[in-house]
Write a protein that binds this ligand. Structure first.
Ligand SMILES: CC(C)(COP(=O)(O)OP(=O)(O)OC[C@H]1O[C@@H](n2cnc3c(N)ncnc32)[C@H](O)[C@@H]1OP(=O)(O)O)[C@@H](O)C(=O)NCCC(=O)NCCS
Length: 168
């Protein structure tokens, strides 16, 4: 039984959405358990930098989806997708609060992105991940993503970045 709902936030157009998403993003993305899988420079995400992404995201083809708890409306997880009719459809960010992991939120956000890509007419979904992110690798493999490209030494400590693709 799910205890969360997935909804879209549009911080570029809504101050309420911005004040909801920004602290959740910083908390999830900078959590020590998550950070090395989300920051390729291994530097912390700064409020100013993230705030400016959220103010321009629609112009960049980026959309944000959050998994919100039924009980209290807390943001438990978040996905970021980028759609570009030349470059394709990519899941560019995915993170879940440590206390809410292993309850199906990550896979629901991936499934949601795949459905959206199909509805928008894309023929594939891309997702990049660092090569030591075994959990994400397992999830993507379960959704039949396959490796298509490697950027060697992409993370600051030398770990590679693996691009995975699911054909729709
Ligand atoms: C990767 C990540 C997004 C997965 O999120 P999640 O919400 O824990 O994912 P799920 O719950 O859907 O699946 C995780 C595991 O829980 C299991 N699971 C799912 N629902 C479950 C349930 N109700 N009860 C028990 N286990 C469950 C899944 O089978 C999966 O098992 P596995 O690790 O053996 O493959 C999360 O670990 C995370 O935020 N990691 C750090 C950031 C990151 O790596 N992001 C991806 C960057 S590309």
């Amino acid at each position: 039984m799910t205890y969360f709902q997935i909804k879209e936030l549009v911080p570029q157009n809504s101050e309420a959405d911005l004040s909801n998403i920004l602290p959740a993003f910083l908390s999830i993305w900078n959590h020590p358990e998550n950070h090395k899988f989300l920051s390729y420079t291994l530097q912390p995400f700064q409020k100013e930098m993230a705030g400016s992404w959220f103010k321009n995201h629609l112009d960049m083809g980026v959309r944000y989806f959050v998994a919100v708890s039924d009980d209290g409306g807390e943001i438990l997880g978040m996905s970021t997708i980028k759609k570009d009719f030349i470059e394709g459809f990519e899941i560019i960010g995915l993170g879940v609060r440590p206390k809410a992991k292993q309850k199906g939120i990550g896979s629901s956000l991936i499934a949601h992105a795949i459905t959206l890509a199909g509805e928008l007419g894309f023929k594939a979904v891309d997702s990049g991940l660092v090569a030591d992110n075994f959990k994400m690798m397992r999830l993507l493999t379960q959704f039949e993503f396959m490796p298509v490209k490697i950027n060697h030494n992409a993370r600051a400590d030398g770990v590679d970045l693996v691009y995975m693709r699911k054909y729709l």
